[in-house]
Design a protein around this ligand. Structure first.
Ligand SMILES: Nc1ncnc2c1ncn2[C@@H]1O[C@H](COP(=O)(O)OP(=O)(O)O)[C@@H](O)[C@H]1O
Ligand SMILES: [Mg+2]
Length: 312
């Protein structure tokens, strides 16, 4: 039995999802017999951690701070072992420009893209390069902020006329954006636990052609099929791509890899989430369930991996 600090909430736009993930993790840890200290992450994080002096921290934060290496860096400094990936892995996974460059450099499939900072548009005339980008990527083009989650700020530009508005929307979330080739195909998520892939989840939106923020969290607006009906060979191919990405970015403990399966049967990597959702409707717990791993067992294993893998 250990004293576990559950870090949840925080100031990210995914605060509410994190509060739900965190509450569920707390219940599981208590059922497993641990002493739990819940910390809503804010300006007093460091002093709260020092006061609680936990044996380990369970990071149940999504998005900014909790998934981008910031909180992980503080945990290293305070000397508290924590769940999930380390600082450098979190930094690279949270930034889609960094992770997509890493995938491309390693020869892993990811949709073609171009990335720009807001300064490039304001000070270097990047807008003049848009026609060349549009020629190379074809429409629709996916415009997305580099560091954001839950489909926030993502727009599909159907024509050149849509691009400026989509860029403004994406820049409202981050100073760096990507323009990415749209993949028409099946949307898949591979959850990984301790380096091993769990059954693949396919997300099938019911009535919208975009799997948006609302659809993701409201039960009934998206159908999730797990295991996805892909056949053995394709499942292996998708698993192999996801595990190669997980290893490339040095993820630890658990993660969820999002992909689009293109018309040629190539699993195209979109991103890796280093702190995947842990709510009732989240994909990683569903995938674990399909593998016969209950939520409590999942939480226990992620915690054990934190303690086992700790370098502090
Ligand atoms: N290149 C793309 N082609 C088709 N759909 C995409 C593409 N990029 C993103 N999407 C859609 O947007 C969703 C969110 O994109 P993703 O890159 O995973 O960012 P987020 O961090 O917001 O989850 C995806 O699950 C998918 O439905
Ligand atoms: Mg995603």
């Amino acid at each position: 039995m250990s004293t576990v600090a559950v870090l949840k909430g925080g100031r990210s736009l995914e605060r509410n999802v994190s509060l739900t993930s965190g509450a569920r993790v707390q219940d599981a840890l208590e059922r497993l017999g641990h002493d739990v200290v819940a910390i809503d992450v804010g300006h007093d994080l460091v002093s709260a951690l020092r006061a609680a002096a936990p044996d380990v921290a369970f990071v149940a934060l999504h998005g900014r701070d909790g998934e981008d290496g910031t909180v992980q860096e503080l945990l290293e400094l305070v000397g508290v072992p924590y769940t999930g990936s380390g600082v450098s892995s979190c930094i690279r996974c949270a930034d889609k420009v960094l992770s997509k460059h890493a995938f491309r450099d390693a020869g892993l499939p990811t949709p073609d893209f171009f990335a720009f900072s807001e300064a490039a548009f304001k000070q270097l005339g990047a807008a003049d390069a848009l026609p060349a980008i549009e020629d190379r990527l074809d429409f629709p083009i996916v415009v997305k902020p580099a560091r954001q989650g839950s489909a926030l700020g993502i727009k599909f530009a159907q024509s050149a006329a849509d691009v400026p508005g989509a860029l403004v929307a994406a820049f409202s979330y981050d100073g760096k954006v990507l323009l990415e080739r749209h993949v028409r195909g099946r949307e898949l998520a591979v959850s990984v636990l301790d380096g091993e892939p769990l059954p693949i989840v396919e997300a099938i939106p019911r009535d919208e052609d975009f799997y948006d923020f609302e659809a993701r969290y409201e039960i009934g607006r998206t159908d999730f099929v797990c295991p996805a009906d892909l056949g053995d060979d394709m499942s292996t191919r998708v698993h192999d791509t996801a595990i190669a990405a997980y290893r490339l970015l040095d993820c630890q403990g658990f993660a969820r890899v999002d992909l689009m399966l293109d018309a040629g049967g190539v699993p195209q990597l979109l991103e890796i989430n280093t702190v995947p959702g842990l709510t009732e409707t989240s994909l990683l717990p569903q995938a674990a369930e399909a593998a016969g791993i209950s939520f409590d067992e999942l939480v226990g294993r992620v915690l054990d991996l934190a303690v086992a893998g700790s370098s502090v």
